[in-house]
Design a protein. Sequence first.
Length: 346
Amino acid sequence: MTQTLTIPRPDDWHLHLRDGAMLKAVLPETARHFARAIIMPNLVPPVVTGAQATAYRDRILAALPDGMRFDPLMVLYLTEDTDPEDVAAAHAAGIATSVKLYPAGATTNSASGVQDFDKVRPVLEKMAEIGMPLCVHGEVTDSDIDIFDREAVFIDRVLDPIRTSTPGLRVVMEHITTKDGVDYVKSNDTDLGATITTHHLIINRNHILAGGIRPHYYCLPVAKREEHRLALRAAATSGDARFFLGTDSAPHVDAAKETGCGCAGCFTATNTMSLLAHVFEEENALDQLAGFASQNGPAFYGLSENTETLTLTKQDSPVKFPQKIIGGDGPVTVFDPGFDVYWSVE
């Protein structure tokens, strides 16, 4: 018997589209299934001002293929020189949906991020005043902190003090990877949500390192122990509205991944919805997929859920996904879950 599941068209609350030839290559992979996406601003140079966000949005829409509908939700990159009034004006004009906090050096193109958190306090206070969410890359970058512990330390050293000193600030913990992150979200009833990626529901750190280094599984925050993956699965499939989908789909050409110092990022835009259906079915939680992918994110951001729908169908034979997306900058490898997937998207 054919099994189908129809949900409101989903949104991606954490997405990297890059720019130029890469943008043109990967944008259709997201727009095919997703109505909206929070667009990460870590370009070179970063998207800091409202004017830069407007220009980037225009480039995204210009790259959208004919016949596709997609709404990019723009984000401003927080620096120690960010102007609170420019942030407020961009938000009031509908240009910027949120602001992204990158600790300096935490991930790809984060060199312009924050080192002295006191310097961004006026921006955070203005955001709390106007109800503008702060999206947080939750890792410290201290060289003496093990990379597998950086998320837990960030919660204690940075995130909790910021939230305590800025009442009313709405925060999204982006791409959480640990049980610590799940537990922190669950312990806070208001003004806090978290995105969970597709790949962190599927891989743990063994997938990156056991039997040889697999660069296309390397991402930041890096995948953790199995106990953390299971905590993420439980959170995503629980129906708790504080958790929602943010793929962190992050394209890099193969030459930049398969090298002596490879880039961090998994490209999952192409097959995320099929993979999520597989995961949620494994957890006996297909009835919770609509909440995670289509409803919880809009609710946190104060937006309506999409009226269009997306239908997933379980096939008798495995779905054939492309291994690579070919663009003007070179090939980008599509995330391989390492198992057969039978859910197709219509």
